[in-house]
Every structure is written in structure tokens, then in C-alpha cells.
Design a protein around this ligand. Structure first.
Ligand code: ZN
Length: 373
């Protein structure tokens, strides 16, 4: 979206700072999710602004925020066509934010990829092109030429905030003919299902129907700490990217192949083929034993992630002393008691995971194998 300076009334609803629930784990603010089989889980935020377009901070602050949040990669996607600070900071070179941030990122272990926001009326609206070689070449009169140039440079291109009320009166995300053509021409690869404090079911459906990568970003203009109430345990939205290794090339390959899950508030959003292994990797049975003299098993489940899992028991076994809805708090171990009615050496627990989303109104089921000791 556009920063505060550009708002014409519509932005006054902008996110209340206290809207994000805490994910405290010993005061640690770094965003933590485990790797999944075959891939590293990289934490990324590929939609951010600095004073080089309509943001309020200088690029090194973005790198430092990212390092504090434990991010692996970011992009400073300045608006190509909107530069409200240009009287104070004239800069015809649209690569400037990247040039300033990239060496600082290297020192901090944060990969900074060159990117820009193509900022147009609908259609096609706003889109980010990342992994660019030269952003300045995307400054074109015809928006289609900006996409074509980004395509020539091998960029990964995603549609930003498709449900933005300023560009969609009904608040729906809908593909225009121009978007359909961009997808057909291989010039649109992803879509934001989450932007800042907004989520879109429509965008998820568009991603599934058109083979687009699901993205979640902060679109930050001010400070991450203030916008997401980080001191109180909040966090920015991020895209978890499942990559063979932590390199720019591996990130791009993974994004092109749609290997992402979005972490937003307490929700995990993504394709089942990545979301399910991620949930499995977050949860491990630490201990399982029958309560002495009973047929009730005490199962301790360890959650090594930032998500608090809200799960509905669908195992076919009742839980002892608990309703069917349980919570496994972030970075902690939770004991549940399962009534197996006879002594079993092993069994499967099945849960519907309410805070995970694979399609509009669709929540995945995970299966956890319990071996009784
Ligand atoms: Zn933006």
C-alpha cells in the first residue's frame, strides 16, 4: 500500500498497534520454525519500504529489524512511481535502497534481494518484482512494459494486497483480464494472501486456482516494533520459504516452485504439501506412558515453534479431563491424557489444526504417532 503521506481517508483504519497476539518464548523475538524434511525453513519479508520511497526509515534500520526478528532474507521494494521524499532525497537510481542495505545484510546474515514495487491503478494494481538486476529499467510509461522488463531480468513477481479497499470497493480479490494475461505470459508468479494486518480468502483461492505462490509480507513503512507491538510479543507477517539452502538462488527457485507457508498472527497459511510437514516438524511426542494402574495414557507433546496450535481431537479416543479442543502453546510442552480403553503399545492421535489454513475455510488434519513406553 502507500505510506501515511499518501492516504486519502481510506488509510485511517490502518492497523491498531495492539491487534497482534503475543508469541512470547522467554522474551525472545526471533521468529522460530523448524526445518522440514529436505528443506531449510527460511524466514522472509519481501515487501518493505524506506525513506527512498514513502517509508520513514533509512535502509540499514530495515536490516537491523530483520536481524532482530531472525529473518533470513528481505527486499526493500520501493515504489517505482511514487517518491514523496524526492525533494529531500533525490535519487533517480531505483536500486539505491538495495545498494545501501545489501552490504549491511551480509554482515548480519540477512540476504537482501533487489526489488521494486510497480505501483499502478487497477488493473494491474501494485506488484513487487524481486531478484531484479536493475530496478531503474522498470520505470516505464506502460505498466505492462514494467512487467516485461522484470521478466527479462528473471524476477519473481507477485501481486500485492489484491483485496485493498482502495483498489477493490467490495474488498474482494478478483483477477482482471490483465492479471490473467500476465499469469499466462509467465509474468505473475505469486500473490499476497497476507499484507500487513489483512488476510484474504479470495487471494488463497486465486493462488490455488492459478498455481501462484502464497506470500505474506509486512509492507512496513514505519517501525516493525510499533506496527506489530513486538515488545508485547507480536510479530510481523512473514513468508516461510522451504529452500535447499540459504542462498539467493535457492530462495528464488523455491518461490518459483511455490514452496511457502505464511505466518500471520497465530495462523499458518499454505499448501498442504508444505504446511502438513511443517506442523509435523513443530510437534514431537516427548513422553507417553500409561498412568499407573489405568488405561489412560499421559502424552507429552513438545511444540518447538512460535505458533500456539489450536487443535480438535479427531482420534476416535476421548481425552481424559479435557474437551476435544486443546491448545499446544508456543515453545512449550503440553500433557494430554488419552483414554485408549485397553492397553495399546502404540496408536495415532489425529487432530484438526484450526490455526492452519490450506484453502478458504479448510483446516488440515495432522496425525501424531504415539509409542507408549
Ligand atoms: Zn508497498
Amino acid at each position: 500500500m502507500l505510506g501515511a503521506g499518501a492516504c486519502l481517508g481510506a488509510c485511517f483504519f490502518a492497523s491498531p498497534v495492539a491487534a497482534h497476539p503475543p508469541h512470547s518464548h522467554g522474551g525472545e523475538r526471533k521468529i522460530e520454525f523448524p526445518d522440514i524434511p529436505g528443506y531449510k525453513t527460511l524466514k522472509t519479508d519481501f515487501h518493505q519500504h524506506t525513506a527512498l520511497s514513502d517509508g520513514n526509515v533509512w535502509p540499514p534500520i530495515r536490516v537491523e529489524e530483520a536481524a532482530r526478528d531472525g529473518l533470513d532474507a528481505i527486499s526493500l521494494t520501493e515504489h517505482l512511481e511514487y517518491q514523496p521524499h524526492k525533494k529531500d532525497i533525490p535519487h533517480p537510481d531505483r536500486n539505491r535502497a538495495f545498494q545501501i542495505a545489501a552490504p549491511i545484510g551480509k554482515k548480519n546474515g540477512v540476504i537482501v534481494v533487489n526489488g521494486s514495487e510497480i505501483t499502478r491503478d487497477m488493473p494491474p494494481g501494485h506488484a513487487n518484482a524481486i531478484f531484479l538486476k536493475d530496478s531503474t529499467k522498470l520505470v516505464q510509461d506502460d505498466p505492462l512494459n514494467s512487467y516485461i522488463e522484470a521478466g527479462k531480468q528473471g524476477a519473481f513477481i507477485f501481486w500485492n494486497h489484491p483485496n485493498w479497499i482502495r483498489q477493490s470497493k467490495t474488498g474482494e480479490a478478483k483477477l482482471s483480464e490483465m492479471h490473467k494475461k500476465l499469469i499466462a505470459d509467465g509474468l505473475l508468479h505469486g500473490i499476497e494472501v497476507v499484507n500487513d494486518s489483512t488476510y484474504s480468502d479470495d487471494a488463497i483461492q486465486i493462488a490455488l486456482d492459478n498455481n501462484l505462490t502464497m506470500m505474506g509480507t509486512s509492507d512496513i513503512h514505519g517501525l516493525i516494533d510499533w506496527q506489530y507491538n513486538v515488545p508485547e510479543g507480536g510479530h510481523r507477517p512473514v513468508t516461510l520459504v522451504f529452500a535447499k539452502e540459504k542462498t539467493e538462488a535457492a530462495l528464488k527457485d523455491s518461490l518459483m516452485k511455490r514452496r511457502t507457508v505464511v505466518w500471520f498472527k497465530n495462523e499458518l497459511i499454505g499448501r498442504a504439501e508444505y504446511l502438513n510437514p511443517l506442523i509435523q516438524a513443530c510437534l514431537t511426542v516427548k513422553k507417553a506412558a500409561y498412568v499407573k494402574g489405568s488405561m489412560v495414557v499421559s502424552v507429552e507433546i513438545d511444540n518447538n515453534s512460535d505458533a500456539t496450535f489450536v487443535m480438535e481431537n479427531q482420534s476416535g479416543y476421548a481425552l481424559h479431563g479435557n474437551a476435544d479442543l486443546i491448545q499446544l502453546a508456543a515453545h512449550s510442552t503440553t500433557e494430554i491424557r488419552v483414554m485408549t480403553l485397553k492397553t495399546l503399545p502404540a496408536f495415532d492421535l489425529k487432530f484438526k489444526v484450526w490455526n492452519a489454513i490450506t484453502a478458504p475455510a479448510k483446516h488440515p488434519q495432522v496425525s501424531i504417532k504415539v509409542e507408549v513406553k
